[in-house]
Design a protein around this ligand. Structure first.
Ligand SMILES: Cc1cc2nc3c(=O)[nH]c(=O)nc-3n(C[C@H](O)[C@H](O)[C@H](O)COP(=O)(O)O)c2cc1C
Length: 216
């Protein structure tokens, strides 16, 4: 598949069939993730690929309870002034609810972990802001998602599971207190179609040479 088309049609897929995923395809996505850039080429991420049905069910249950709590904090679509925005928000919320109720049934769940390590070099002038460690993990997550898309597989980058980080680490047997969850994505064949998701036009948020100089 053409690279630009794969990138343009990679979006949150939240409804999956139970068609199994080939091991070779999972490994291709992981190799693509590993090619992502990272600060100082430190490559901080670890992947836990969960296929075991009991573990998927337990992870799905943790995700569901995290989402239940998060969902209660979300605005009601009826509070939106713009009806089109309200409809879009309702669709996202309903799809997110569906994923929360069925995550454990998706054939593969990948948990991206990042280490809890100091990430702020310092010198005699003090600590230096060189960006956050997450910035060295999310490129790998997105590479994974784009590679999956190119293979016809759906993903959805999610983070709400962080509400239950301790329980997730325990379930996965990850060393206690040494990692945090950067992201979790289901991996499987979607029941819906891939397509280009609605976004602001690039021109609306691009400044050429100076802030405010937008060419349309
Ligand atoms: C940092 C981050 C965290 C996210 N967390 C969740 C999540 O916990 N649950 C979920 O269903 N979607 C989550 N999403 C997916 C977004 O809701 C999704 O990217 C957005 O709605 C756009 O979807 P689209 O690409 O299908 O248009 C997350 C996305 C990002 C980048």
């Amino acid at each position: 598949m053409d690279t630009i088309e794969a990138i343009m049609t990679t979006r949150a897929m939240r409804r999956y069939s139970d068609r199994p995923v080939e091991q070779a395809d999972i490994e291709t996505c992981l190799r693509a993730a590993q090619q992502a850039p990272s600060g100082g080429n430190v490559q901080p991420q670890q992947y836990v690929v969960v296929q075991d049905p009991a573990k998927r069910a337990a992870l799905g249950e943790l995700y569901r309870t995290a989402f239940d709590r998060y969902e209660r904090s979300l605005p009601e679509p009826s509070t939106f002034a713009d009806e089109r925005q309200a409809a879009a928000w309702r669709r996202t919320r309903d799809a997110s609810r569906h994923l929360a109720d069925h995550l454990g049934d998706v054939p593969v769940i990948v948990v991206f972990l990042q280490p809890l390590i100091p990430w702020s070099p310092s010198d005699e002038e003090g600590p230096m802001d060189i960006g956050r460690l997450d910035a060295s993990v999310y490129p790998a997550v997105q590479n994974f998602c784009v590679a999956a898309r190119a293979l016809g597989l759906g993903t959805a980058l999610t983070t709400v599971i962080r509400i239950h980080t301790a329980e997730v680490l325990a379930l996965l047997g990850a060393p206690e207190g040494r990692y945090e969850v950067a992201a979790l994505t289901p991996l499987g064949y979607p029941t819906g179609n891939f397509g280009i998701a609605p976004r602001k036009p690039a021109a609306a948020v691009t400044h050429w040479d100076s802030w405010g100089d937008k060419r349309r």
